[in-house]
Ligand binder design. Structure first.
Ligand code: NDP
Ligand code: 8X3
Length: 250
């Protein structure tokens, strides 16, 4: 039977690269994001390989999340793989100068959005006693770096939720694992620095950052292991990076 995968945040970066790789693998896809035109473009592009169903909502909107999952059409309603990827950093400020709107965005999207998606999809996985959840964490969920405060808190929460899910879903035979990337060149820094493209591209200068395709490869590897193999937690850096704060730049 065809595998169906749902990817949140499929309109750019890691989510988009994963969608493309999964499509080439022949997985049936449910792709989510807020930017509808991007989703339409991606569907057009990937339909040469596989079936694609689009869901257009903000993961912060709990009702919209549940309505979208309940309304999945035949052929897309059995989600075998959930990639909880949607998320971003908003700002990079010392805690006393941080903007509470940025804090709300990071906690609501990166933590609560991930929970809503999982809650909406889990009942059928539990019923079938099978499924695979991949949570996209970060090195920011393993270490705290200067001015990272609330983004790091949101990704530490993802780390805890990943562990908690694995424990609670163990009895149901559901695989749960996290990928925790270091620096990946995507739209991440454009969002973090609110469209300051010069500051954003500086993050990736002077060394070779990871590409979103590098993370997609790892996600594909995780979901294509035999069912008795669950990669629980995986941290990946560009070779030039040694920790959240140590990057060997030219
Ligand atoms: P991008 O900014 O390129 O992609 C983020 C994706 O998340 C977009 O598709 C965006 O879609 C979606 N998204 C953001 N907010 C919402 C929302 N409220 N509702 C629905 N979808 C949303 O960044 P990345 O690909 O880098 O980020 C993907 C994940 O990887 C994130 O969880 C990030 O924290 C994590 N990560 C990134 C690293 C990096 O260095 N780039 C390193 C470690 C982890 P749209 O705007 O269309 O809604
Ligand atoms: C994204 C990587 O180092 O900007 O999670 O936090 S970092």
């Amino acid at each position: 039977m065809t595998t169906t995968a749902l990817i949140t945040g499929a309109t750019s970066g890691i989510g988009r690269a994963t969608a493309e790789l999964f499509a080439k693998q022949g997985f049936n896809l449910v792709l989510c994001g807020r930017r509808k035109e991007r989703l339409d473009e991606i569907k057009k592009d990937l339909e040469k390989w596989t079936g694609v169903h689009l869901l257009h909502f903000d993961v912060r909107d709990r009702k919209a999340v549940f309505a979208a999952i309940e309304g999945l059409p035949m052929g897309y309603s059995q989600i075998d793989i959930l990639v909880n990827n949607a998320g971003n950093a908003h700002g990079l400020d010392p805690i006393d100068k941080g903007n509470p709107d940025d804090w709300d965005a990071m906690l609501d999207i990166n933590v609560k959005g991930l929970l809503y998606m999982s809650k909406a999809i889990l009942p059928k996985m539990v019923e079938r006693k099978s499924g695979h959840i991949i949570n996209i964490g970060s090195i920011a969920g393993k270490e705290v770096y200067p001015n990272g405060n609330v983004y790091c808190a949101s990704k530490h929460a993802v780390d805890a939720i990943n562990q908690g899910m694995r424990i609670d879903l163990n009895a149901h035979g559901i695989r749960v694992g996290a990928v925790n990337p270091g620096l990946v060149e995507t739209e991440f820094s454009d969002v973090r620095f609110k469209g300051d493209t010069e500051r954003a591209s500086n993050v990736y200068r002077g060394y070779q950052p990871l590409k979103p395709e590098d993370i997609a490869d790892i996600i594909l590897f995780m979901v294509t292991r035999p069912y008795h193999v669950n990669i629980a937690d995986l941290t990946v850096f560009p070779t030039a990076q040694a920790s959240g704060t140590i990057v060997n730049k030219a």
